[in-house]
Ligand binder design. Sequence first.
Ligand code: NIG
Ligand code: FE
Length: 459
Amino acid sequence: MTPISGCGHRQWFSQPGLINCSGVVRSPKFSRRQPSALLLANIGQLLTLRLASGKPGPRRDSDLKALGIIAHGAVLCLGGKIVSVGTTKEALRDPWLKKNRKRIIEIDCAGKVVLPGFVDSHTHPVFVSPRLVDFEKRIEGASYEQIAAAGGGIRSSLEGVRNAGKKLLADKVLDALRDMAAHGTTTVEAKSGYGLTIESEMKSLEAIAEAARRWPGTVVPTLLGAHVVPAEFQGRSQKYVETVCTEMIPQAAKRKLAQFVDVFCDKVAFSPEQTVQIFEAATQYGLKVRAHMGQLSETAVASFLRFDPASLDHMDHVNESDVVLLAKHNTVVTFVPGANYFLGLRDFAPARKMIDAGVPVALATDYNPGTSPTINMAMAMSLACTHMKMSPAESIAAATINGAWALRLADRKGSIEAGKDADLAVFDVDDYREIPYWFGGNRCSTTVLGGVIYQGSSR
Ligand code: NIG
Ligand code: FE
């Protein structure tokens, strides 16, 4: 028996043998790296997130808490895809499995919880340094807007990215992706947005692509050239919007460096009219859209819905009629309570009101150096439970299947069903409610990303 987990030790492997969730591998052979046959068995609670009614679209209303739990479950994966899901008893009776048992990697989940890998649908991983001065100023009482006006905030992260080489940025992104995998995340949306010149935005997207090539999970790149107006365009924001529309978007689209275009639509960043202009350019170049909306102030959403945004994120401030409107659309509202927590805000987004009205909601970390320096989805879920009154079950669906909807990837991600990608997280708990309950730590013991196993501790 070879112990493989321990402080600081990380190991990817995909060879036949038996892996036990306490971190012990039997007969490991580390010769092949291709995803092969993988069986997770003896799962205490298997949260499939399969909806028995088969109702299409993002989960809303009471469907948001339907976790499709199988007790004593098992999942068989082949070539990076899930091929069957059921009980361990059924799996062990399967003739194909009996015949091929020796060629299969088995993970004995020892009665623990398995769920779809988290889909973190909102992150900003391309930055160089933490913003410690902002952190201290805020503790002393300055607001996000005051810090930004005094030269801190997003603009203070630009220099580091503009001066950095692509390799350094890719390494930073990869570090974050690895840490995310260690915490159960298998799909990540990653935005540019701390360069804000044509060259440094393209460099940021290239760094995301480079890191994605070195990580077995799935990365969805987003151009966030419209994060804030950089100092050199101060007082000429319209000129900057033109640069985003006529240079950044066409280049990102042509070079296939982004799937989405995001805009920070708020009083300190871009107006609703400018957001529409940027959405029009994105649509023209075949890119899908999403936006930061309602973080600091309320913005009416009606004019954006014709672009079918995959997601509107933050939404701390929203009016009653927009809640009714959003309940009729498939645009997901993504909450990022890590930002409220880290900014020391008393108020969080009105999740209960939106869920009860039928709005489809997701949860994400918003990993970034200014407002939410965490990669931990379970922490975001915990905050959603304690501060937004989402139930543990709702927080799980919001962090998995609705995150997948927020990236328009629900046909491949977010639930454990035959045909979907083999993206799974094993948590060392007996009951799924413990995932948001044990806040701030990491109970994820094994993550499977596209059939590739990651087991080990995070930093
Ligand atoms: O989602 N609001 C805009 N963007 C980030 C903050 C970025 C920063 O402060 O660096 C957010 O909170
Ligand atoms: Fe953000």
